[in-house]
Structure formats: C-alpha cells, structure tokens
Write a protein of this length. Structure first.
Ligand SMILES: Cc1ncc(C[n+]2csc(CCOP(=O)(O)OP(=O)(O)O)c2C)c(N)n1
Ligand SMILES: [Mg+2]
Length: 331
C-alpha cells in the first residue's frame, strides 16, 4: 500500500490572504449564527464549525468547482461558504425564511446546491459516506473527471456503512477522498473512549486504501496534503483516506452542557493552535500590516451583518409551501 506524502503547501501572499479571508468569513458567520440562535431566530438544530475552519478552507481551495463534488454531515455551514454559496441564502435558511437555499424548510442540516457541487447537509451520521461513494461512482460512470470529497466525523468513522463504502470504493477504484474531520469528540464522547483504533487514518488499511494524517489546524498542511491525495485519485488509483486532526471550540450543537471536557482544555487549544491566529502570525511575519488585516475583518463582518439583515428581512415561507418539495411528483 503506498504511503502518501503530506507536504506543506507553499502559498503566495495573495493566496495566504485568501485563506485568511475565507477562514474569517466562516468564523464570523458561525459566531453570528450562534447569536441568532440565542435570540430565538434559529430553530431546530445548529452545529457550529468554529475551530475547524482550516480543514474546509484548505481542501476546498484545491478542488475544481464545476467538476468535483462535496458532501458532508450536519456541521455544514462552513462547507457551503467554502463552496462559494452566498452567505445571505445560507443565513436565510438557518432562520427558516422563504429566501433560504431550501426555501426555509430545511434548516441547518438540510441544504443543497447542485450548481456549486454541494450535495448536503445530512443528519444521519455516516450516511454521507455512502452517498459520497455513490457520487464518486457517478463521476467514474460519466467519465467527467470529477472527484468527490466525502467529509465525516470521528464519531461517524465507527459506522458500519462507512466500511461497506470503503470496500466498494477501493474495489471499483472510485474517485473519492474520504475526509475524516477528527475534532476529537462525537456528541459527548472523546475519540479515545470510543475507538479501538484511534489513529483514524489507518481505518482504510484492510481495504488497501492509503491514509494520511494531517494537522487540520494548519491550512497550508491541509492544502499540501490534499494536493497529493488529488494527484493519486485523479490518476485513477482509487480512494484516499485523509484524517484531519482538528478541534471544535463550541458544543456539539447549541444544546450541549459539555461535561465531557474542561474549559481549560478548550482554552488551551484556542491559545496554542487556533488556525486563524496561526495564519495571522504568518502574514504579519511576511510584512502584511496589522491595519490591512483589521480592514479585512471589518469587511467580512459587514458581509455577515448583511447576511443576517437579509435573513431577518425575508418573509417566512407561505403555508401553501408546506407540502411542496416533499415528493418529486404531486400526489
Ligand atoms: C445514525 C445516527 N446515529 C446517531 C445520531 C445522533 N448523532 C448526531 S451527531 C452525533 C455525533 C457524531 O460525531 P462526529 O462524527 O465526530 O461528528 P462531529 O459532530 O464531531 O462533527 C450523533 C451520535 C445520528 N444523527 N445518526
Ligand atoms: Mg467529531
């Protein structure tokens, strides 16, 4: 089984600035979503991505929009923004408005944009892995050159269907990258308590799927690694399994007493490994002025504020929409 290298990507200054902006957008968007939830403007589930921004930013920056496909679980707002989906319609969906991407009827976990190659947004833990394998089969069948990125969590990595998917994907050499976002916890259980093999990048070994373990708090490490993975997959050699070691700062969802870890642990990660602060330090070292970064933050905050205003000003869906978009045909 080949061992894939995980080089650090050498980014230009403008690429670094793009990564910084993208990660900031996700963070500020999620902070705003947390506030709106607190105000009662977001109902139902809401899983924030704060802390994990480098993963999706690094991965999405390497794929080809319009050719590749992306699928993930319920912690999906960051993935949508990184796919280039308008923050206004994502925020409108979170707040259940008619102008939302699922007409306000899906909410946080049920968003979709074929136009952007984003196939959800899935509430069933692990389901996106099988569906993503299907998307990869579609790429191969249609010979469109696309690769599917199927994102899932460390908890989902213990689901049975994940391994059925691994088997088929390797057997049929499907163009899929299995992306484990190991944020160290499932709902309330740490990966070490729940997994007999906690080095998750090794989980594909018995299917002969090469694995990579990557620092998911370092956007350049993520980008460097995914380029190697894409090279392998695009050459028709079959799937790759990437484990991104990351951390979520907030609770599993908005209703999480978080008794399974200490505040000090969270604070420690924030202080030592925050992906945005890390990149900021790098930019400052390269001579970018603090004022320039502040201006960028200001413009990102404005974008997010506008998204929240857009959402709040949009009407809720009409009652007559209750039974539309449920079944493909009218019954
Ligand atoms: C099949 C299934 N089982 C259980 C749940 C309840 N559940 C929702 S999220 C979750 C934890 C998943 O953790 P992980 O895969 O690590 O993802 P993370 O939330 O950390 O991003 C569980 C058990 C579910 N939604 N679907
Ligand atoms: Mg997890």
């Amino acid at each position: 089984m080949p061992v894939l290298k995980t080089p650090i990507y050498k980014a230009s200054k403008s690429e670094l600035m793009d990564f910084y902006e993208q990660m900031l957008l996700i963070r500020r968007f999620e902070e705003k979503a947390g506030q709106l939830y607190g105000l009662g403007l977001i109902g139902g589930f809401c899983h924030l991505y704060i802390g994990q921004e480098a993963v999706v930013t690094g991965l999405q920056s390497a794929i080809e929009p319009g050719k590749d496909s992306v699928i993930t679980g319920y912690r999906d707002h960051g993935h949508m923004l990184a796919c280039g989906i308008d923050p206004n319609i994502v925020m409108a969906e979170l707040t259940g408005r008619a102008s939302g991407i699922s007409k306000g009827k899906g909410g946080s976990m049920h968003m979709f944009s074929v136009e952007h190659g984003f196939y959800g947004g899935h509430g069933i833990v692990g389901a996106q892995v099988s569906l993503g394998t299907g998307l990869a089969f579609g790429h191969k069948y249609k010979e469109d050159g696309g690769v599917c990125l199927a994102y899932f969590g460390d908890g989902a990595a213990n689901q049975g269907q994940v391994y059925e998917s691994f088997n088929m994907a390797e057997l049929w050499k499907l163009p899929v990258i299995f992306v484990i976002e190991n944020n160290q916890y499932a709902m309330g259980t740490s990966v070490n308590r729940s997994s007999s093999e906690d080095q998750l990048y090794r989980r594909g070994e018995s299917f002969r799927i090469p694995g990579m373990q990557v620092d998911g708090m370092d956007v350049l490490a993520v980008r460097g690694a995914v380029e190697e993975a894409l090279k392998y997959v695009r050459a028709g050699k079959g799937p790759v399994l990437m484990e991104l070691k990351t951390y979520r700062y907030r609770g599993h969802s908005m209703s999480d007493p978080a008794k399974y870890r200490s505040r000090d642990e969270v604070q420690g990660v924030r202080e030592k490994s925050d992906p945005i602060e890390r990149l900021k330090a790098m930019l400052l070292k390269q001579g970018v002025k603090e004022e320039e970064l502040k201006a960028l933050d200001k413009s990102v905050r404005k974008t997010v504020m506008e998204a929240a205003d857009f959402a709040e000003e949009s009407p809720e869906p009409e009652l007559s929409e209750l039974y539309t978009d449920v079944l493909v045909e009218q019954y």
